[in-house]
Structure formats: C-alpha cells, structure tokens
Design a protein around this ligand. Sequence first.
Ligand code: SF4
Length: 374
Amino acid sequence: MADYLYIHIPFCVRKCLYCDFTSVPYDEEQANDYAEALCKELVLKKHEAGNLKTVYIGGGTPSLMSEKFFETLFSCLTANFRFASHPEITVEANPGTLSKAKLRILVSMGINRVSFGIQSFQDDELKALGRIHTSREAITALEMAKKTGLMNISLDFMYGIPGQTIATWGDTLKNAVKLDPSHISAYELTPEKGTPLFRLLEEKKIELPGEEIILEMYDDAIAYLAENDYGHYEISNFARPGFTCLHNMNYWNRGEYIAVGAGAHSFIAGVRTRNTGNIPVYIERLGAGTLPAEESLTISATEALREQLFLGLRKTDGIPLAGLEPTGVNITEAAAELIEEGYLEIAGENLRLTRKGMVMSNTVIVMLFGKLGL
Ligand code: SF4
C-alpha cells in the first residue's frame, strides 16, 4: 500500500532547449482524452493506495491544463481515494500559464502547494534555456499565488546556465529570497544528450560556465540560503522550517509510490514500473482497459542497497546505518577512506555527505559503490 501519488501531465507550451522529460506541445482534444485515460489508470491502481499523504501533479506544465481538466482529475481522485489528514497536494506551475481564476479553482479543489519553475531572474538566461516566461512574469505569478492565500510555495532555479556569472546567480538568489517563498530548489543545469542545448554546446555555439564557477555557485547558494533561514535538507533543496517537500522526501527515503500518466514510474512492493511515454499509445491502452506499463523491474537486494545509498545520501541528514548493515555489508568499513578524506561522516546513527562531499556528491557515491563492490 502506498500513501504517495504522482500524476504526470506531459503537456507544455513548447519544449525548453534543455528538456528531456516526457512532454509534447499542448493540444486541447488530446488533453481531454488524456484526462479520461488518467482517471482510468487511477481506478485500476486505487487498490494499491492507502490513505494518501501526498499528491504531486508534475510535468510537463500542469498549470497549462484547463479548469475542466482539473475538475475531471479531482472528481476522480476524491471518488476513488482516501486521504490522510492534511495531505500535501502540489501542482507544478510555470509563470505565464496561471490566471488568478485558475489558481482560485485549484486551491478550492485542495491544492495547497505550488512549485514554480522560475529558473532565473535574468531574461537573457531564461532565453538561453528556451523558457517561455520573463522574470517580470515570474514575479507577477508568485505575487498572484500569495494573494490566493497559498502558504506553501516553492521556486525552482538553475545554476550553470550558459552566460550565467557568479554575480547574476547571486542576483537571482537575492530576488528569490526577497519574494519569501517557503521552499527553494537549486539545480545544476545538466545538458542531456539529444536536446538542442546539448547540440549547441557540441557545436561550440554556446558554452557553460567553468567547473570551478559552477561549484562556487552551488556553494554560494548553500551559504546565502542558510543565512536567510532556508534549511538545506537535500542536495538541491532548501526549506523554511516545516516546509520540506514530503512527496520528494518519500523518494529519497526509498518509499513506495503510485504513479500515473505517460512516462510515469511507480515503485510498489519492490517493483519499479515504467509507463509508456507515448501519449496516443497511453490513451489507447487505457481505453482498452489495460495498464500502460512498458517495463517492470523487480529490484534485487544489491540494487536495493545501491538505491538506498544513492537516494538516502542526497539528504543532508544522510541515511541510518542501522537500515543498511543488515544487508551483510559493512558500510562503515567501506566508507572509512572517504570519511578520512572528508567526503563522508558519521553523525549520530547516520552516514552522510559532508559539505565538501555534497559539492561532488555523484563522484563520492560512485566511489563508495566501488569500495562496496556494487
Ligand atoms: S517546462 Fe519543463 S517539462 Fe516543459 S519543456 Fe520546459 S523543462 Fe520540459
């Protein structure tokens, strides 16, 4: 039984230059068919759900969807699922796709957390990413959300953008804090193969800031956000007290979750399942009453340990050693050298990355896997 539900909405105004998520340009007719398909998948999976503690509507650009779409989705949810008291219900939004009226409707349906993809407060950096909004539109969207009475607002930013400097990143962080959101995410831009951004970099038409600069940007974010009362609780995530994202914490704790939608991944009873990312096929399969899974993988004990470490070490609190040692592997012994070198540390009952380790977390985790023979 899972208490966490993810709903994927694969529609956007247009593709950002760096995007490799499952998303296509918005089409109203397809979106209506998609809403019905989502509801069919929810009904087919409702027996896997306990009392939902979180619902996360991500994408894509969920805020682009019509009021009718959300009505269909929420009436399906309330008719088929039970909720824990005070569930966290998040919708991802992009500036320029939310009106005051739509926000009010979303709040009246039970949405109590909005996560805005802002990325930068510099218009030339937004352009370099191929985003559809300007920094002014981002500020307007956020002010509008606050006026609707939403207390839990998260803003996503990126560092390592072509053309970005330490100064412009500092300016973006300063503007973010001025807006006083309850939660801030700061992700390093990672150029993925097959995206236009990757091609532009290969053709040397643009370039990323140097590695040293990118590390400094990350370090600056940690320091500046800490000074402003944003607790650093995960590699890329910062929250005011009481506002950590419960839905994402469940991922990092390797908890079970149900996921619906094209390209969505679920994790139930040790099995990871991936839905088809092809929207017409997704709609067709559900129309025929079958689940749209494309791949199901039972996680082995070794893979489970890798996942526990890879996900758990993302949290600044780290991972309880007690949950790891019964696997028969001596983590403390394997981690000794990395502890000695200052990348990992034992804090109370937990193994965690140090600040030095956080900055190069992927490398440290891969080194730990090597020591463990994983
Ligand atoms: S808004 Fe998000 S999902 Fe949509 S194209 Fe841009 S990065 Fe991809």
